[in-house]
Design a binder for this molecule. Structure first.
Ligand code: GSH
Length: 411
């Protein structure tokens, strides 16, 4: 039993996976004609990224697809890798599974058929949903049973979220893995629909990297925080704005996510509260039988309470873990500054959506309420919630709405 029980994000786990992160490293760059993967041994990626951004970003923007199309195959199969290996986890045949629910947005003209395999309260799934909802995309949800995970048995890639994509009128379904990769792919396509999802997907090969925290090799995806543009950034972002967006997206995955578990499982009663919340919003009554649900809630809460202590140590959190959560939220608010509504300026960018999505995963927990009370994040969070729930990103999409390209943003 222990082996099949997994954790966090409302799922049980005795093998520290979710909210623990996969790799400390961040793929840094792909240049025009050869693949260069640099891995940064720092969970504070935003510091190192900003000091060494010059060459990758200037070479990157405007070239990757233009010239990169010619080298796509090479990139895809990883020619030029030294310390990395490519695995194809996107070949699995996707079976027909009845969706748990369907999100239908009448204004969605994207022609994309999307199926999201997810846990409702997994921070990575919430992050991806924030993007889907903000841009007003219709999608089906397949809620994965966090213990048996039979809904993703077909997949070689064993994590959620997984997004199955099908183009209008096409037979072929494409499997997209990893929340950040999927966000980058969808966004690249939404701002420039001439780039097919399949082509864009080939720019994010799976690679093996050495994780210095875990002291072992783990799988990750190259370029996951990079949006693929053609000649010019078709959303009008400057290279500085692109760099800032990437930096904070990486920070969300490498830093922010790690303060959540120790906080929501801080005490036995908070751990139970968290699992009850997961059960409620994940509609576990449809996923588990009553005895199983009770078992999952109480066993999970107990396991995660202890695991939370371990994670606190691993990620060097403050003795009072709330302080770490508050600090990170304040760091984020400070990055936005007083003059901007969002990090992206007048509207959210992918970093705003990532931070919002991750924090929304713990909305029903004391840790979340405390954070809104004790930090300066509340106004931004509420703005995000409004704009996401109203699908306001939809109006900014040139490819969907046939409106002119998004004008340059203020910073
Ligand atoms: N880097 C991945 C992380 C996804 C992840 O870790 N998901 C967890 C759920 S929150 C998972 O499915 N873990 C599977 C497992 O632990 O076996 C992403 O951003 O999508």
């Amino acid at each position: 039993m222990a082996a099949s029980i997994r954790s966090s994000c409302g799922r049980l786990s005795f093998n520290v996976k979710c909210l623990v992160g996969n790799s400390k490293f961040v793929t840094d760059a792909v240049t025009n004609d050869k693949t260069i993967f640099r891995y940064r041994a720092s969970s504070r990626y935003y510091n190192s990224a900003s000091t060494s951004s010059g060459s990758p970003r200037s070479k990157w923007t405007g070239r990757i697809i233009g010239i990169g199309v010619l080298t796509a195959t090479a990139v895809g199969i990883g020619v030029g890798f030294r310390n990395t290996t490519v695995h194809d986890v996107r070949e699995s045949k996707i079976p027909d599974i009845k969706p748990s629910r369907q999100i239908r947005i009448p204004t969605d003209k994207s022609g994309m058929k999307l199926i999201l395999y997810q846990y409702q309260t997994c921070p990575f799934c919430c992050k991806l949903r924030a993007l889907l909802d903000y841009y007003g995309l219709s999608y089906d949800v397949v809620e994965v049973n966090s213990v048996f995970r039979s809904e993703i048995k077909w997949s070689k890639y064993k994590k959620v979220p997984i997004l199955a994509y099908q183009a209008e009128g096409k037979e072929e379904q494409i499997q997209l893995n990893d929340s950040s990769v999927v966000m980058s792919i969808l966004y690249s396509h939404l701002v420039d629909a001439t780039q097919t999802i399949s082509l864009i997907n080939s720019f994010y090969p799976e690679v093996e990297v050495f994780d210095e925290i875990k002291k072992k090799t783990v799988n990750d995806f190259a370029n996951k925080y990079y949006v693929m543009y053609q000649e010019n950034a078709s959303d009008g972002k400057t290279t500085d704005q692109q760099l800032e967006e990437r930096t904070w997206r990486a920070w969300t995955d490498k830093t922010l996510v790690h303060v959540l578990s120790p906080n929501v499982y801080r005490t036995p009663s908070e751990a139970i509260q968290a699992f009850q919340y997961f059960s409620q919003v994940g509609e576990w009554e449809q996923v588990f039988s009553f005895p199983m649900r009770i078992f999952v809630i109480y066993t999970g809460a107990t396991a995660m309470y202890f695991l939370g202590k371990l994670l606190k140590k691993r990620y060097n959190l403050h003795d009072d873990v709330r302080m770490s959560l508050y600090n990170e939220c304040d760091v984020w608010v400070k990055a936005i500054g007083r003059k901007r509504k969002f990090l992206g300026g007048d509207r959210p960018n992918l970093a705003d959506l990532s931070v919002y999505g991750v924090l929304s995963s713990i909305e029903g927990c004391d840790a979340f309420k405390d954070t809104l009370e004790r930090t300066r994040i509340k106004p931004w969070y509420n703005r995000m919630k409004n704009t996401v729930q109203r699908h306001e990103g939809h109006a900014t999409l040139p490819s969907v709405n046939k409106v002119p390209a998004i004008p340059e943003q203020k910073s």
